[in-house]
Write a protein that binds this ligand. Structure first.
Ligand code: GRF
Length: 208
């Protein structure tokens, strides 16, 4: 990229519930200048999430919206929506966020929320995707980054990466192999969004 042309950096925020290795991959890609963005916040439903440590180490503000503290799913979603609005992000990245988002959130951020799923969608949506793949007996597995719509792992596909399923694989061996690809696929998808290179027509995402 021409160093004379100033790059307009997008504001991205991440939702994560756990370990946050995909979050870290995005943090690292921003740090080395691969993604023209600034990460403006981590929002998590889990006060014990290791992703919080990663955010703190990178100087990223953290908001905890703990599910158990709310009397209902609706109240939780309202607080989550407020936390997300507060980020004023151009893009929300779901990196191991383990809850299904309600329709108010999905509609408000439609076209600017992406999720990483450890399977080659539309196969094996939902929980334990790697276990589903092994039990089904597929020979190829992988990961998918997709835009978020109201369904479970059903939105338009941005990036996919595949890996072989080997004869002796158990769930965790396959998950580890897929995770390596996730750490490439998610930063790439975020970068394409931030560079305004995604053109979405219905289910299809063209990369400019
Ligand atoms: C990843 O496998 C991701 O695809 C799935 O949850 C896992 C999160 O891992 N949605 P991490 O927290 O990013 O390490």
């Amino acid at each position: 990229m021409d160093p004379e042309i100033p790059v307009c950096r997008k504001r991205i925020a991440v939702l994560a519930s756990g370990r946050g290795s995909n979050f870290q991959a995005v943090i690292d890609a921003i740090a080395v200048g691969d993604i023209p963005a600034v990460c403006v916040g981590l929002v998590t439903d889990n006060p014990g999430a290791y992703a919080i440590e990663r955010a703190r180490a990178a100087g990223i503000p953290v908001t905890v919206v703990e599910y158990a503290r709310f009397p209902s799913k609706a109240a939780y979603e309202e607080a989550l929506l407020a936390a997300m609005r507060n980020c004023r992000a151009d893009l929300f990245v779901l990196a191991g966020y383990m809850r299904i988002l309600g329709s108010a959130i999905v509609h408000e951020f439609s076209g600017r929320m992406m999720n990483i799923h450890p399977a080659l969608l539309p196969a094996f949506a939902g929980l334990h995707a790697q276990r589903q793949a092994i039990e089904y007996g597929v020979k190829v597995a992988g990961c998918t980054v997709h835009l978020v719509d109201e369904g479970m792992d059903t939105g338009p596909i941005v990036v996919q990466r595949c890996v072989p399923v080997l004869p002796g694989d158990d769930e965790s061996m396959l998950a580890d192999r897929i995770l390596i690809e996730e750490h490439e696929a998610l930063p790439l998808a975020v970068k394409l969004f931030c560079e305004e290179r995604l053109e979405v027509t219905g289910r299809r995402v063209r990369i400019r």
